[in-house]
Design a protein around this ligand. Structure first.
Ligand SMILES: [Fe+2]
Length: 491
């Protein structure tokens, strides 16, 4: 009954009848597994069972799987996670989702996906990656922004956003990776106090910020669903997932009350929405939930790291401000020990290419990852990682291969050192970063003022091409090919 979904939208705390499902997000579990996440309106985990019906034939969804549900105090929707297992690799499936409530189940439209190519298949492999993508439209990035925002940080009238580019181009890619900073819901306070969003006079500022935070998340995951329901949407954590509001705490001019971290609802800090919404293969890869994980697909081992906590010795967020409610997301050095195991166990005959994705960059013109160089560089060099992909800085910078702070003289012609790319220019509320005055010696190409994303093409076991693509028109703004023989051996 559709009326129940409307009821949930108005805050009813239990499901009384079938509820619409939306905001689908797929993720690779393995070549034979897909993790399906989706949402239903209303904040509840009451007695109801999320179900995915699926099959090889669009007209005969002859299998089903059930999953689990979660939510948090301020959420406007409930997240459901359903594992699909024992699938055929590199195969198209069709599926519908629903939430079964007392035997009543309102199915979604039929969507489809393709399972991952098995590791060891060295046919050409293409995927997209991006960093720092916020909600598009009236709550985030658009052609309208306050005067304080630089012109190059806004979309031109009618300009296609990165979100739309990914929706348009999704079928080109085996998966789409966002390397941190989703939605920018933590800009809610800034958007309200700057006048970008009208202040509601009779509402305490914190309450409006808190409600706006969830509205931004809802809008963002509605938008990403347009590609993530069909192509795996792989996620790594960034600093903007940490908590409602960033930078300065805000003072409510109506009450003169200054908002402090302790005032923020528990559901809007501590990476809560990031943990809730995504369904990454942390368990499958021996990692930690959505925080660090890996997949082996085709010619590639992709390792996603967490630069926000547990970098080394249990170091908390490298941000200037630590949430006192921040839990420890692992034992000291747990991430590094897992990383070394992952790297030590790579079989280059199966996955010749090893790429690490991590939100904050520790090389380049604008570095922003205290402790990361010391934590990661030695391991990454020792085990011959091919590419390191960073984001966080809101521009594009291609670097040279680097080890221990030194440029590899071979550059892209069979370097021993990992090749670094920094790309955080997908776009969000206050847009892109200025070009710095002093460019790092390892910088090889720096592009400012263009919204874009990255396209990786692995041609074979020796050649990988990276391109930075303009979101507005698919033009290639920078392209280069890395040649690696992969013949060295680590200790
Ligand atoms: Fe960031």
């Amino acid at each position: 009954m559709i009326t129940s979904a409307l009821g949930a939208a108005f805050g009813l705390s239990t499901f009384t009848a079938a509820t619409l499902t939306y905001q689908h997000r797929l993720a690779i579990s393995s070549d034979t597994g897909i993790n399906v996440a989706f949402n239903t309106l209303g904040n509840t985990t009451a007695e109801a069972t999320p179900v995915v019906y699926y099959g090889r034939s669009r007209d005969d969804l002859d299998m089903y799987a059930i999953g689990t549900s979660s939510s948090y105090a301020t959420a406007r929707s409930t997240t459901h996670k359903v594992p699909l297992r024992d699938l055929e690799s590199d195969t198209q499936y069709h599926y519908q989702t629903c939430l079964d409530v007392y035997g009543s189940c309102l199915r979604s439209p039929t969507y489809s996906f393709k399972t991952a190519v098995s590791a060891g298949d060295h046919a050409e492999y293409k995927f997209a990656a991006l960093g720092d993508m916020g909600v598009m439209g009236s709550l985030g990035l658009s052609s309208k922004a306050p005067e304080s925002v630089e012109d190059f940080s806004k979309l031109d009238e009618g300009e296609r956003s990165t979100m739309k580019a990914l929706i348009d181009n999704q079928r080109k890619y085996q998966f789409i990776l966002q390397n941190g900073d989703f939605a920018y819901a933590d800009d809610a306070g800034k958007e309200i106090t700057s006048g970008f969003i009208d202040r509601i006079p009779d509402e305490p500022l914190l309450q409006q910020m808190s409600e706006t935070y969830e509205l931004i998340l809802e809008a963002f995951f509605n938008q990403t669903s347009e590609f993530a329901r069909s192509v795996p949407y792989m996620a790594g954590v960034g600093n903007h997932e940490q908590l409602l509001t960033r930078g300065n705490m805000y003072t409510d001019e109506l009450t003169n009350h200054t908002i402090m971290v302790d005032d923020i609802p528990t559901g809007q800090r501590n990476f809560t929405f990031y943990k809730d919404k995504f369904y990454m293969p942390g368990d499958e890869s021996g990692g930690l939930g959505n925080f660090w994980w890996s997949v082996d697909v085709g010619p590639l081992k992709l390792i996603q790291l967490n630069t926000e906590s547990d970098i080394k010795d249990g170091v908390p967020s490298p941000g200037a401000r630590r949430d006192p409610a921040l839990e420890d997301y692992g034992e000291p050095n747990e991430q590094l020990e897992w990383l070394e195991n992952e790297l030590r166990s790579v079989n280059r005959g199966i996955t010749p290419w090893v790429m690490i994705s991590a939100h904050r960059p520790w090389y380049g013109t604008w570095r922003g990852c205290p402790g990361c160089l010391e934590a990661f560089d030695e391991l990454i060099v020792k085990y011959g990682v091919d590419v390191v992909y960073n984001s966080h800085i809101h521009l594009y910078e291609r670097l040279a291969p680097l080890a221990n702070g030194t440029v590899d003289d071979n550059e892209l012609n069979n370097p021993r050192a990992p090749w670094y790319i920094v790309s955080g220019a997908a776009g969000h509320y206050d847009g892109l970063d200025d070009m710095p005055d002093n460019i790092a010696v390892e910088s090889r190409r720096l592009i400012q003022g263009e919204f874009g994303y990255d396209e990786f093409t692995i041609h074979n076991r020796t050649h990988l091409t990276h391109a930075f693509v303009a979101s507005k028109n698919d033009s290639v703004l920078d392209i280069s090919t890395l040649y690696k023989t992969h013949e060295y051996k680590h200790d």
